[in-house]
Design a protein around this ligand. Sequence first.
Ligand SMILES: [Zn+2]
Length: 280
Amino acid sequence: MLIDSHAHLDSPRYADDREAMLRRAWQAGVGAVLAIGIGEGPADMHRTLDICRQFNARPECGAGIPKLYASAGVYPHNTAEIDDAVLARLDQLLSEPETIACGEIGLDYYHEGAPHETQREGLARLLEVAAERKRPILIHCRPKDGTADAWDELFDILDAHWPQTGLGGIMHCFGGGWEQARRSLDLGFLISFAGNLTYPKAQPLREVAARVPLDGVLVETDAPWLAPAPHRGKRNEPGYVSLTAQALAGLLGVEAGEIASATTKNFRRLFHIQADVGNW
Ligand SMILES: [Zn+2]
């Protein structure tokens, strides 16, 4: 069984076929999906939790459609919208049992969105809420090409706020170098690879992936974006996570089944999910 550790199931691009898409994921061996709750902005952080509840209540959950988990958070470019009301709503969402993670949160200096200072301050406030609710964090970090500012500043903030919580997290859609991978692992984070691992120009990323220990990896789709080859350019969906798992298996020199069992074990360890609880 595979777990897609990062998919935007609330995307309007699934409005017409969300159930069929989840059935295809199950057929492709995906037993669980962590659905990301950032919405189009803080006003709809709750949408993903609603979707999780809707599908988890079905008798097919874990027997025809994957078990769904939710996250909630404020995307770096929406950090200017953070106020006490947004933080209170986030806190409330994180208190729900289905909401196992806070994210995706972090720093994005690649696209010009919120000022960097606003992103850093916002991230620090979000970390406080996540720590209080004891939720691991899902980090999005994207520097400008050819720089590492975003990574350096991210690690400054994490070093100050996160190790003492003992909660760890996930470096989502990892795109850094070995130095950033090593620092992430040292901080107790899992490194999640997405479909871009399969792209022709991603050779540096493949070289990093080949060095990450099996107990530090996850796979994800980041659906509806970043469809792995041969679906690149099309809408992505959780069922395609098997293609990224296959690519990672090749890089690590193991069977695809080993990637499935290692990533599932890693995911359960991070979120304290018992293997014998639930039917997946
Ligand atoms: Zn994402």
